[in-house]
Design a protein around this ligand. Structure first.
Ligand SMILES: *[C@@H]1O[C@H](CO)[C@@H](O)[C@H](O)[C@H]1NC(C)=O
Ligand SMILES: *[C@@H]1O[C@H](CO)[C@@H](O)[C@H](O)[C@H]1NC(C)=O
Ligand SMILES: *[C@@H]1O[C@H](CO)[C@@H](O)[C@H](O)[C@H]1NC(C)=O
Length: 143
């Protein structure tokens, strides 16, 4: 009786440790960067101001960025997860639909803790550099 209850306790303790290890292992890839910086550069063309409005759980407000200028913000990795962030872009008299600017499952392996975007008239591109080679991941407006 005593033996079986102590082995039950041992088994429960083992399961607890196992659960803990599995949890730590599966979230470990998100540890290492406590902050993620997102940078949005206005590459629309000379003389064009870009109006940027980003939000997630919090509204980050409206910012006007001159050509060649940028707007940046930092996201915190709380509980190893960053909620999706959306931005709305406007120039001349056109407002483009909300765009998913940061999605952890899409972007974590692409840009890790620094996610720079180039905002152009035809598309918006995230620039990543891997061992010196620069790559652009582009999306057309409305995609
Ligand atoms: C761009 O923004 C600046 C500063 O807000 C403003 O002075 C300028 O007139 C704007 N240019 C255009 C073309 O809207
Ligand atoms: C924005 O970028 C500037 C210059 O690279 C940097 O010094 C600053 O810490 C950044 N701010 C945020 C909120 O990421
Ligand atoms: C504003 O948009 C209309 C079409 O919706 C276009 O005809 C007009 O030229 C635009 N004005 C400017 C200043 O871009």
């Amino acid at each position: 009786m005593a033996a079986s209850s102590s082995s039950l306790i041992r088994n429960s303790a083992f399961l607890l440790v196992l659960t803990f290890l599995v949890t730590v292992t599966s979230t470990a890839r998100y540890v290492g960067a406590l902050h993620i910086d997102v940078k949005l550069t206005n590459d629309l063309g000379a003389g064009l101001n870009l109006t940027v409005h980003c939000k997630s759980i919090e509204d980050l407000g409206v910012h006007v960025v001159p050509y060649n200028g940028f707007y940046n913000f930092t996201m915190d990795l709380s509980f190893f997860e960053v909620p999706p962030h959306y931005c709305q872009f406007k120039w001349k008299n056109v407002t483009y639909p909300w765009f998913l600017i940061y999605d952890q499952s899409r972007d974590w392996n692409l840009c890790r803790n620094y996610c720079p975007w180039s905002i152009k008239q035809q598309r918006l591109c995230m620039r990543t550099s891997n061992s010196g080679a620069t790559k652009e991941h582009c999306y057309t407006w409305g995609s």
